[in-house]
Design a protein around this ligand. Structure first.
Ligand code: NAD
Length: 450
């Protein structure tokens, strides 16, 4: 469904009216286009501590235009406020900030840059996870980065985003995959997020096809977010099996044919779903995306047992049953990547969605519980929690709720299925075993539960 306000607010007349009335003016976000090679088309500026030098070594593969700011140690020309080019990407390594007095470096670094950001710019702050630091003063300073980066996300304009990545010991080798995501339009709708990167032995071999040779299964792939996930995984080189209910077989066949994938009509709640899946995929799997999901909204006072059971069965029970069965049957290859489609409703709670929110919060717990077990074979499992995404599911919402869902976020608009798909494609890469048991929100920094 199209967002008419977004179009109006960016027309000549609409822009004047919206500005005069002091209304929010969301801007069209830049998205990744097929065939694009460089993650950053424009200037990247680096600063801060020792990880910035590691980023400088990767930078020539990210952009043709790299600068340093407030740093004499980096092998890049200095960016000068007011004279340098507009900035498309900014990386600040805050990992060396070891007490609260040093936090002022954040203000000193960022303030001169803020008026020089290009539209849809991406800011990434690097740090060390506070829970892994022995020095309490350093833990405090690193913990403070969360509040800083989330506030920055809320202050940025013009479609810009800000995120925080805590880089663990030995995780520097996985920085490139994370930078390619967070500094490019692939993270257009990801802002105000905090992720932890750990060491991981597996690596991407070819950045133009990072999923080449990987077998993937996407449930609920006949339409919406699932179809976009299948398309993005196929774009990145995966061989994709698309699953949906037999009633959706026609749509499923059409999407599968377009992507050169395989269609599997199957209800994931069927008593023999796991057995059918194992029979249908004898080669095993490298990537599993549990995307199929339903809503049956009612306030708890009016919730029928049927509504409760249906949502819990599809959204929470089926992914558990299938994952357990695939695991026990040895169908999950070493370095397998599993993603569970959660929701910001599961994080913040949502009136009228007690069943749905319970199922989606359960998936986040599921990822945390399974992460250590899967890590023993280099595999990983994470939850991706979309906010308001433009699909059939949100088109069916009452108008006022739909408008609120779109506007009540830092980016002031709904996301696209592609935004969720890009996050999942990144988490499905071989090197993304560096992220395990975590929840990544793709929500434009929704104010709900932010
Ligand atoms: N659209 C949003 O804003 C949003 C926000 C947060 C989370 N999500 C989650 O993202 C996922 C995809 O959402 P969407 O908006 O694309 O939904 P959608 O309704 O457009 O698509 C869901 C697909 O899942 C399939 N499905 C449902 N039950 C199934 C079953 N038992 N077996 C096999 N397939 C089944 C449906 O047939 C459908 O094709 C869901 O898990 C949803 O909860 C969506």
């Amino acid at each position: 469904m199209s967002d008419r306000y977004l179009g109006f607010a960016n027309s000549t007349l609409g822009r004047k009216l919206v500005d005069a009335l002091g209304l929010p003016r969301p801007v069209p976000l830049e998205r990744w286009q097929a065939g694009r090679l460089r993650p950053i088309e424009g200037a990247l500026v680096l600063g801060g501590g020792p990880l910035a030098a590691q980023v400088a070594a990767i930078a020539p593969r990210l952009t043709a235009d790299c600068y340093s700011f407030n740093s004499d140690l980096l092998p890049a020309p200095a960016w000068v406020a007011g004279l340098g080019p507009k900035l498309k990407a900014v990386v600040f390594d805050a990992s060396a900030l070891s007490d609260s007095d040093m936090l002022k470096q954040l203000r000193e670094f960022f303030q001169p840059l803020l008026r020089s950001l290009a539209p849809s710019a991406h800011v990434l702050i690097l740090g060390r996870a506070p829970e892994h630091l022995a020095d309490p003063l350093a833990s405090v300073a690193q913990g403070a980065l969360e509040g800083f980066s989330r506030s920055l996300g809320k202050e940025l304009r013009n479609g810009a985003t800000a995120n925080l990545l805590y880089v663990g010991e030995g995780a520097q080798t996985q920085l490139e995959g994370a930078l390619r995501f967070f500094l490019s339009p692939k993270s257009a709708f990801v802002s105000g997020q905090v992720l932890r990167l750990a060491a991981c032995a597996a690596q991407v071999e070819d950045w133009t096809r990072p999923l080449a040779g990987r077998r993937a299964l996407v449930t609920g792939a006949a339409r919406g977010i699932g179809a976009a996930i299948a398309e993005t995984l196929a774009r990145d080189g995966a061989e994709v099996t698309l699953l949906d209910v037999p009633q959706a077989q026609r749509d499923l066949d059409a999407v599968a044919a377009r992507l050169g994938g395989r269609a599997l009509g199957l209800d994931i709640c069927a008593a023999d779903a796991a057995a059918q899946l194992i029979d249908a995929l004898p080669e095993g799997l490298d990537i599993v995306v549990h995307n199929a999901g339903i809503t049956r909204d009612k306030t708890l006072a009016n919730m029928t047992p049927e509504y409760w059971d249906a949502v819990l069965a599809v959204n929470l029970k089926a992914p558990q049953v299938l994952t357990q069965a695939l695991f026990e049957a040895g169908m999950l290859h070493d370095n397998a990547r599993i993603t569970l489609l959660a929701s910001v409703s599961g994080i913040a709670g949502n009136r009228g969605q007690a069943n749905y929110a319970a199922s989606k919060a359960g998936l986040i717990g599921f990822a945390q519980a399974w992460a250590p077990r899967l890590a023993t074979q280099g595999a990983s499992i994470n939850a991706v929690a979309p906010g308001f995404i433009e699909t059939h599911m949100t088109a069916a919402m009452p108008m006022a709720l739909r408008e609120a869902g779109r506007r009540l976020s830092s980016l002031g608009q709904g996301g696209l299925p592609q935004d969720v798909a890009e996050a999942i494609a990144w988490l499905s890469q071989p090197g993304s075993g560096a992220i395990n048991g975590q929840a990544l929100r793709v929500c434009g920094q929704a104010l709900m539960g932010a």
